[in-house]
Design a protein around this ligand. Structure first.
Ligand code: B1M
Length: 212
């Protein structure tokens, strides 16, 4: 079995205790950190999601898989995040109200950080008031990044965006993303940018700041 397969198996089986060691071994073998992330972890979470969807596994199994992936990402993080250099701006990121999914949001935050932004991560289940408060406390914010993983929390993304716009606060662009979020939905709710994955979220954020 290849190291990537071992990592995938450890994620799926929720083996949080051994995943760090496996990732270290894979890196020591010279495997590309992005390949480890994509093939060993992200693909596996899709399999986990599919098994959940068809009723083969349940929330506890999804949760332990997510914990194992997080442990693995912690080891990968220094290898994925490049040299930040001079700050290109400030980004406030969070998963919208009602939504507890944070793995994708964390990866997005990490990639935006490695693109040179200072990142303030508000966590998950972030209320509209918390987003607005953070923007008020950080008037130099360039990017507000909103993540949602559930079709049922897409309306919370929309209402967050509407409330932020109605607050009169300005000087930043809003980027949205997450599995159910499409470019069409981003346009519909009036976001400035959308990205399908963490890498492109960083590219979009940088582009929006350079044209701001
Ligand atoms: Co949840 N869950 N979950 N879950 N979960 C999904 C999302 C689901 C698709 C599974 C399924 O049914 N197949 C489904 C949603 C269905 C839908 O809405 N259409 C689902 C459900 C139903 C639920 C619950 C309702 C289950 C229940 O309780 N009955 C519940 C809801 C809880 C809540 O949030 N209120 C729930 C709970 C959980 C756990 C807590 C157990 C756990 C989350 C743990 C955690 O995050 N700390 C969990 C998990 C792990 C998943 C799956 C299996 C994996 C998610 C993940 O981490 N993927 C997921 C199935 C799936 O995605 N295939 C599923 C890996 C991650 C790297 O990808 O998050 O998509 P992702 O992020 C990507 C992109 O989306 C994008 O970039 C990231 C990296 O490239 N992206 C952005 C994300 N944010 C972005 C922001 C951007 C730009 C890009 O700009 C700002």
């Amino acid at each position: 079995m290849s190291k990537i397969e071992e990592i995938a198996q450890a994620v799926e089986g929720g083996k949080a205790k051994i995943i760090g060691g496996l990732v270290e071994e894979a890196l020591a073998e010279g495997l590309d950190p992005v390949k480890i992330l994509n093939e060993g972890m992200i693909n596996t979470m899709s399999i986990v999601g599919e098994k959940f969807r068809v009723g083969e596994i349940f929330v506890p199994e999804m949760l332990v898989a997510a914990r194992a992936m997080k442990k693995g990402v912690e080891v990968l993080k220094p290898r994925l995040a490049g040299q930040a250099g001079i700050s290109v701006g400030k980004c406030i990121i969070g998963t919208v109200a009602g939504d507890l999914h944070d793995i994708g949001k964390n990866l997005v935050g990490m990639m935006i950080e490695s693109a040179g932004f200072e990142v303030i991560d508000l966590g998950v289940d972030v209320s509209i008031d918390t987003f607005i408060e953070a923007l008020k406390n950080n008037p130099d914010t360039n990017i507000l990044a909103l993540s949602a993983l559930l079709t049922t929390t897409m309306p919370a993304m929309k209402s967050t965006l509407e409330a932020v716009k109605a607050s009169g606060l300005s000087g930043f662009k809003i980027v949205v993303g997450g599995a159910p979020i499409t470019q069409g939905y981003a346009n519909e709710i009036g976001a400035d940018g959308w990205a399908p994955d963490a890498g492109s979220a960083a590219v979009v954020a940088k582009k929006l700041v350079s044209v701001a």
